[in-house]
Write a protein of this length. Structure first.
Length: 219
């Protein structure tokens, strides 16, 4: 389902407005809910949109709804994460057969963040932030596994194979992609940074992907 409904077998539906949502969800036995709007109005799309989805599903046919969320949404004080966590609560209260799948950041997303953070020859990164990025292909494969399992009725987590310091990850990226960049680990104040320093962005349980960030960079 997308707002445009293009492609073979594609149907149209819009979580933000509810347009065509009931028709799109009609008869679905499995739903993977991966829609989000991190740069727009997450409360309208992720939270209110999830409520609209709950109201639109065929409860007699639905066997499993998997919601793709983010590791740390319950522990990191960030507005978008608050919206994702609220969407999780909507699903838990819905009475539907759900699994909330929290995933760490994708390798490609890390690349984008680092490229955006660079200021000329300087690449500032937060000091003492542990991260555990995951390969998007590994994550997609895990989603298909979760879909085939019974609903957990709660949260499961999935992350990459190794925990890395953000500065080390940035140095590896700079060596592979921007050899002229000089990584500077910078102390970041505030509650968000403190939460990440304390490991709030790391999975506390669950399975792990196989492809490392170094393998991603080589690929």
């Amino acid at each position: 389902m997308s707002r445009r409904g293009t492609g073979p077998g594609g149907v149209r539906g819009d979580l933000a407005t509810g347009r065509d949502l009931r028709q799109a969800a009609a008869g679905a036995e499995v739903i993977v809910h991966a829609a989000t709007d991190p740069r727009g109005d997450a409360w309208q799309v992720d939270v209110a949109g999830t409520r609209r989805l709950v109201e639109s599903v065929d409860r007699d046919r639905l066997r499993h709804l998997v919601y793709v969320s983010i590791v740390g949404v319950d522990r990191i004080p960030y507005g978008y994460y608050h919206a994702k966590f609220a969407a999780e609560q909507v699903l838990l209260a819905s009475g539907l057969p759900v699994t909330l799948l929290r995933v760490t950041q994708f390798h490609d997303f890390v690349d984008q963040l680092l490229a955006t953070a660079r200021r000329g020859p300087v690449l500032p990164v937060p000091m003492s932030w542990p991260v555990q990025p995951v390969d998007v292909g590994d994550a997609a494969g895990y989603v298909t596994e979760v879909v085939g399992r019974p609903p957990s009725g709660g949260v499961i987590e999935y992350g990459g194979p190794e925990e890395l310091a953000a500065a080390d990850l940035a140095r590896a990226w700079a060596t592979a992609r921007e050899p002229g960049a000089h990584v500077v680990a910078t102390p970041i104040p505030g509650r968000l940074s403190a939460a990440v320093r304390d490991g709030a962005a790391l999975p506390t349980s669950g399975e792990r992907g196989r492809r490392t960030y170094a393998e991603h960079l080589r690929g």
